[in-house]
Design a protein around this ligand. Sequence first.
Ligand code: GLN
Length: 211
Amino acid sequence: MTDEGLDRDTVMADYSKLKVGVLALQGDFKRHTHQLGQLGSRTLEVRTASHLEEIDGLIIPGGESTTMDILIDRFRLRQPLIEFCQIKPVWGTCAGMIMLAKNIEDNQANVSPLGLMDIDVVRTGYGRQVHSFEQLLMTKLNGEDITLRATFIRAPMITRVGKSVQILIEYNGSPVLVSEGLIMASSFHTELDNDTTLLEFFMGRFLLSQK
Ligand code: GLN
């Protein structure tokens, strides 16, 4: 084994005992399952209520919240998802964050969020597709300096956080990564740039700690 191999083995957490689901109704769920596989975790594309019984945690991916909202009902997942998110770790990215929110401001498309996290969001708060941007976020997580390759694509902006919500990262004066209990939500994507930093943070803080 090379020195590099040794270092990696000693540094990498063991994710193999975890099975992490990715809600796979719509959106960029494949990027998340790919990254989970890269880290050595088992994964499951979640499309039915019984899939939720098999997993230790869930990622709700980015995509289009209006479509996700309709499909959650069509696949009879609304109540099972609400019950799952009350007891197991969940990370919502972008449209996933919209679905986790308590309220959507100026909700013209009439999306019904799951209401699991005490935040309000504005859909596309960072501008439309042409205003999508990549941003290196240099910050501290868990007391460690980290750099995230964050992509904001028609990203939701958090406009209110409840008292029990922890702001983990701010960008331009607004929270962009928040947590409450076992739920984490980000306005931005990191899976598109193959940056696993935030995924490892989610797995370490919310999933491995439960095992
Ligand atoms: N603006 C989209 C929505 O409202 C979210 C975009 C994304 O997930 N990248 O669903």
